[in-house]
Design a protein around this ligand. Structure first.
Ligand SMILES: O=c1ccn([C@@H]2O[C@H](COP(=O)(O)O)[C@@H](O)[C@H]2O)c(=O)[nH]1
Length: 281
């Protein structure tokens, strides 16, 4: 099986060529209904295929939300597999948003599921949770390196409940979120043009000035659109790290479906606003 170029390098090129926008594929039951689709596997399949057809040939990254496929059991997972394959075939990098995290030996199983080249759910990158201890992610880090895949590690999430854990201050005076960022800077040290081990830093989190975002890796920023952040917020939030930010929009795009043309034009609108905000960063 051919070896992939490291995820960070592939992502940098995709961002330079297509812009940094990531469109989420989140088939909420409410969106299926709004699109006139049944809340069943056929509706899931139609929704996913439409989103991929509309945007996978023009955005750098797509991020399917595994939860909405898992709720349909094995048939939902089969749709997820097909969605990943179709999005990648159209040229988008796929970040599987499954937020996996477990003790190391089990983490190795999750890594095999998403990061082993040739696995049915192989994705360019996977979201993972470091809250069983950053070191528990080691099997995923190792397999991602071997496969040319990447990780996005939850550091400062976009939800209002996140700070209870992520802003907690450790005995050494550093916050938990800052510690996750520091681990990622070590993973990415010396990588060019960009490391493959990214952080999730929500676009809604507010003041980031006390955090060192210089991890030489991508920063996945959900929260734009339905959660209230706007592209114009990004420069103030991310400062000098802006060039490495991958803003995610899911419902903000998806609620404009089911017409492919409407999905394309709202995607172009977000992409344009993000380009304007990021400028020459
Ligand atoms: O901190 C986080 C981490 C992940 N997400 C995920 O991103 C999308 C956001 O969807 P919107 O519809 O644009 O709000 C969703 O899949 C979340 O699970 C996040 O929001 N925040």
């Amino acid at each position: 099986m051919s070896v992939l170029e490291p995820f960070g390098a592939r992502l940098r090129r995709a961002m330079d060529e297509r812009g940094p926008l990531c469109v989420g594929i989140d088939p909420h039951a409410s969106l299926l209904a709004a699109w006139g689709l049944n809340d069943d596997v056929a509706g899931l399949e139609r929704f996913s295929r439409t989103v991929v057809e509309a945007v996978a040939d023009r955005v750098a990254v797509m991020k399917p939300q595994s939860a909405f496929y898992e709720r349909f059991g094995s048939r939902g997972i089969a749709v997820l597999e097909k969605t990943v394959e179709q999005a990648r075939a159209a040229g988008a990098l796929v970040v599987m948003d499954a937020k996996r995290g477990d003790i190391g030996s089990t983490m190795a199983g999750y890594a095999e599921a998403y990061l082993r080249k040739g696995a049915p759910l192989f994705s360019d990158a996977l979201t993972v949770s470091p809250y069983l201890g950053y070191g528990s992610l080691s099997p995923a880090v190792a397999l991602a390196r071997e496969s040319g895949a990447g990780l996005f590690v939850l550091a400062l999430t976009s939800n209002p409940e996140g700070p209870e854990v992520q802003h907690a201050v450790r005995a050494d005076g550093r916050s938990v979120g800052a510690t996750v960022l520091a681990h990622l800077a070590v993973e990415n040290a010396g990588e060019e043009p960009l490391g493959s081990f990214g952080a999730v830093v929500g676009a809604t989190v507010g003041d980031l000035s006390s955090h060192d975002l210089d991890i030489n890796g991508p920063l996945l920023a959900p929260g734009v659109g339905a959660q209230g952040a706007t592209p114009a917020d990004l420069p103030g939030l991310f400062g000098p790290a802006l060039r490495n930010v991958v803003p995610n929009v899911s419902r903000g795009v998806l609620r404009h479906g089911p017409e492919v043309g409407a999905l394309r034009s709202v995607t172009e609108h977000f992409a344009e606003e993000i380009r304007a905000a990021v400028g020459g960063a």
